[in-house]
Design a protein around this ligand. Structure first.
Ligand code: FAD
Length: 325
């Protein structure tokens, strides 16, 4: 049986519906490597995943096959409980995805552990692992820590740039006793066919978002054109969503998706606190707004005061001309 390092950080990796490691895996293992030795847990019967996890920096990969693949999260919580018992980690890192939040919450409730949700980073101090958060619309950076037991942290996707070095593959099959806790069961599902070749908003490296300043659904196409020129995902403010320019799944902010891309471009968005809450941890923020006093400029790294209908077509032409070179 493997001896686990005293500074082990247990990382639960999400698995996509088609059986691959989720895009959040590299950031989770990268974050774990900053504060300890990453030990991955993969709940899947895909035999290729341990090598993929080791390639992203997992020193050891624990595997568990879900007893009932139709039961939502219960099997993963059982596996996480068994893994924590075995590894005795300093912290448990989980993606702040829908599945990750569900599993982390159930696990923390089951074992009475402290949970720090939607963290944007982790660090280690004299007493253990601390989670870093961006709160009140990004106005404050705060930290949280557990007074006992391993801290369970759900990490915002895209928030951590660090990547761990690849490790030799070391796999251990986890012995899991099913708790038989009640679980919702998926009776059937219908996969949504992706109708767009654009990246997913959550986890995208680049996001172009449009607001009420676009003026109409037809004119919102300009946001999509700039996104396509950059290979970016499309986001929106709530005002743009409420006005019917784009479906709610694209809303960025407090009641939408939180993003932390390398590049966030805000077009015709004023920068209300509820919008900033979902994008302020982006690495580089560019704002285009005709109002020089718009609050979005307070968080922008680069700002253009001007009419977006004049600026954006020029930007797209410049990008296309650059590509043609
Ligand atoms: P506006 O505030 O109307 O701003 C439009 C901007 O476009 C202005 O700054 C204007 O100068 C600029 N503009 C206009 N024409 C042009 C042009 N031609 N060229 C350049 N600039 C132009 N909002 C979110 O976004 N996400 C959320 O998750 C969210 N959750 C909320 C939750 C609660 C509980 C509440 C109360 C509100 C929430 N809101 C959210 C709404 C939020 O308060 C704002 O109303 C919203 O973000 C405003 O959207 P906007 O910036 O597109 O519109």
């Amino acid at each position: 049986m493997t001896d686990f390092a005293a500074d082990s950080i247990l990382v639960l990796l999400d698995v996509t519906p088609d059986g691959a490691l989720a895009g959040s895996s590299a950031g989770l293992l990268g974050a774990a490597s900053l504060v300890g030795t990453p030990v991955a847990l993969v709940v899947s019967d895909n035999a290729d995943l341990p090598a993929a996890a080791a390639g992203l920096g997992a020193a050891t990969v624990l595997t568990s096959t879900p007893a009932d693949a139709k039961a939502l999260s219960a099997g993963a919580v059982d596996a996480l409980a068994a893994a924590v018992e075995l590894v005795r980690p300093d912290a448990v890192l989980v993606s702040n995805s829908i599945d990750g939040r569900d599993i982390a919450g159930r696990f923390a409730a089951r074992v009475g552990a402290a949970i720090a949700s939607d963290a944007v980073g982790v660090a280690r101090d004299d007493e253990g692992i601390v989670a870093q958060h961006s709160v009140y619309g990004g106005a404050y950076n705060v930290t949280s820590a557990a007074t006992f037991g391993p801290l369970v942290v759900t990490l915002r996707q895209g928030a951590v740039d660090a990547r761990a070095d690849a490790k030799p593959v070391q796999v251990e099959a986890l012995q899991v006793t099913a708790s038989d806790k009640p679980a919702a069961v998926v009776e059937s599902f219908e996969a949504l066919v992706a109708t767009s070749s654009r990246p997913e908003l959550r986890g995208a490296a680049k996001v172009v978002s449009g607001g009420r300043g676009l003026g109409s659904k037809d004119q919102f196409a300009l946001v999509e054109q700039l996104a396509d020129a950059l290979g970016a995902a499309v986001g929106a403010s709530r005002a743009a969503v409420d006005a019917g320019y784009i479906p709610q799944s694209h809303q960025v902010g407090q009641t939408g998706v939180s993003v932390a891309p390398q590049l966030y471009i805000a077009l015709g968005i004023s920068g209300a606190i509820q919008h900033k809450a979902g994008m302020q941890t982006s690495k580089t923020i560019v704002a285009i707004n005709k109002d020089a006093e718009a609050p979005i400029f307070e968080v922008a790294d680069f700002g253009i005061v001007g009419d977006l209908f004049t600026v954006v077509p020029q930007l797209i032409s410049a990008l296309e001309a650059n590509k043609a070179k």
